[in-house]
Design a protein around this ligand. Structure first.
Ligand code: AMP
Length: 421
């Protein structure tokens, strides 16, 4: 699935490309066509799934297709209500980004700050309003804005909204909103009171449910090694000394990097194959079946190529390079530990990737255990690593000032020492 299949108008397709998005997330793929058809939507999804774009993109497209009204007295046509100021700001930024070539205008209002600049923005005329409930009702009461001509209404994070005591505010909004409207309702959980609320808001909705990308299966044991970039290949060979690892999926950032890893492993008589976009469909299929049959022990893949790889009981995944999009980490390691079986995910983190690790830990809401008892600790290689990680000669450190590796106490995964920072 690509964004091309979603029939987006050029100004939005261009903005999506500029954001660097290549494929729609599952909720986007499911929700965008339905919302574009004018259907109501019940989305069971939380932050991190791409839900903001799932509702913002079709809203922008629907409004754009109705034509632009530049009058300062034009009605607000879309309203997005979200519980917190942070979410409101984030959604506002996303709408600005996806809508930057549409000429539509949006603004964000929330409490806790002076209302003047928000009121001024409203006076200039807006098509899309993002709001927290309190400030929205406040400005409505002051007759500084009207939601009577809203055509599309989004209630975001409904469960949090109720937890935060906004139910009465929401009901007051519903009493004013026009009955004839399109409504989109998002909630991470669907307890009975949320289902009840959804039923009062939605009309024959399409239901879309996605597993949040941030929930890493409990059955996956996750570890991180801190290692200098040029030593990653040595660390990989070291880890592969553990014979318990009968097959492992290794992720690299680039195709080139994948090929290099394979070359070095092969030299060390480790059966490895790469699977990436430069390979023919046939070559990829062969690599995959060799891996499934365990004639190939190590399959090295880039994110794109790895889509759709579904190998039963994959026990090990190695993030040779850390992804810069934290959700990719979750998708990568989600390939292990399926259906209740145990999985183990190792990450090789060099000094430049520490920020990515932080983002990942924030997303998965836990610290990843550090294995610090290994022969290639961070700082073994000086000067700082050159650009290409897998170009290091095998079996030795390089660089003039290199310290000798610490004595190899490490013996595969079995002797690992765990610590958390
Ligand atoms: P959300 O769940 O809406 O908070 O989005 C989570 C993150 O995913 C945001 O940083 C978005 O910019 C990003 N994102 C949304 N859709 C895509 C996509 N199709 N491809 C890559 N990143 C995306």
């Amino acid at each position: 699935m690509t964004f091309d299949k979603l029939d987006l108008i050029d100004p939005i397709a261009q903005a999506v490309r500029e954001e660097g998005y290549e494929t729609p997330t599952p909720i986007q793929a499911e929700a965008i066509p339905e919302v574009l058809q004018g259907r109501d939507l019940l989305g069971c999804a939380q932050t991190g799934t791409g839900k903001t774009a799932a509702f913002s993109i079709p809203i922008l497209q629907l409004l754009y297709n109705q034509g632009l009204n530049k009058s300062r007295r034009r009605p607000i046509r879309a309203l997005i209500v979200t519980p917190t100021r942070e979410l409101a700001i984030q959604i506002g930024e996303s709408i600005e980004n996806y809508g930057r070539h549409t000429g539509l205008s949006s603004t964000v209002i929330f409490g806790g700050v002076n209302q003047n600049s928000q009121v001024n923005a409203l006076k200039n005329g807006v098509d899309i309003l993002v709001a927290t409930p309190g400030r929205l009702l406040d400005l409505m009461n002051q007759k500084l804005l009207s939601i009577r001509e809203i055509e599309i209404f989004v209630l975001d994070e409904a469960d949090r909204m109720l937890d935060m005591g906004f139910i009465h505010d929401v009901k007051r909004l519903l009493a004013v909103l026009p009955a004839k409207r399109q409504s989109l309702f998002f909630s991470a959980t669907m307890p009975p009171d949320i289902v009840k609320l959804a039923n009062t808001i939605l009309h024959q909705p399409v239901k879309v449910e996605v597993t949040p990308a941030s929930s890493t299966a409990e059955t996956i044991n996750q570890f991180v090694y801190f290692v200098d970039k040029p030593n990653k290949i040595n660390l990989l060979k070291e880890v592969l000394k553990n014979e318990a690892i009968r097959s492992v999926l290794v992720f690299t950032r680039t195709k080139h990097g994948a090929d290099k890893v394979v070359r070095v492993l092969k030299k060390s008589k480790i059966a490895a194959e790469a699977i990436h976009g430069n390979k023919s469909q046939n070559a990829r299929q062969n690599a995959l079946s060799n891996f499934k049959e365990q004639t190939t022990r190590v399959l090295v893949a880039t994110d794109i190529a790895a889509r759709g790889i579904d190998v039963d009981r994959l026990e090990y995944v190695i993030n040779y390079d850390l992804p810069n999009i934290p959700e990719s980490y979750v998708h990568r390691i989600g390939r292990t530990g399926r259906a209740g079986s145990d999985g183990t995910a190792y990450a090789f983190c060099d000094s430049e990737e520490k920020a990515y690790l932080k983002d990942i830990e924030k997303l998965i809401k836990r610290k990843i255990a550090v294995i610090d008892d290994h022969p290639f600790p961070l700082g073994s290689v000086e000067p700082p690593a050159p650009a290409e990680s897998s170009s290091a000669p095998t079996g030795q450190n390089r660089g003039s000032g290199s310290r000798p590796p610490r004595k190899a106490k490490f013996n595969g995964a079995s002797s690992r020492r765990r610590s958390t920072r």
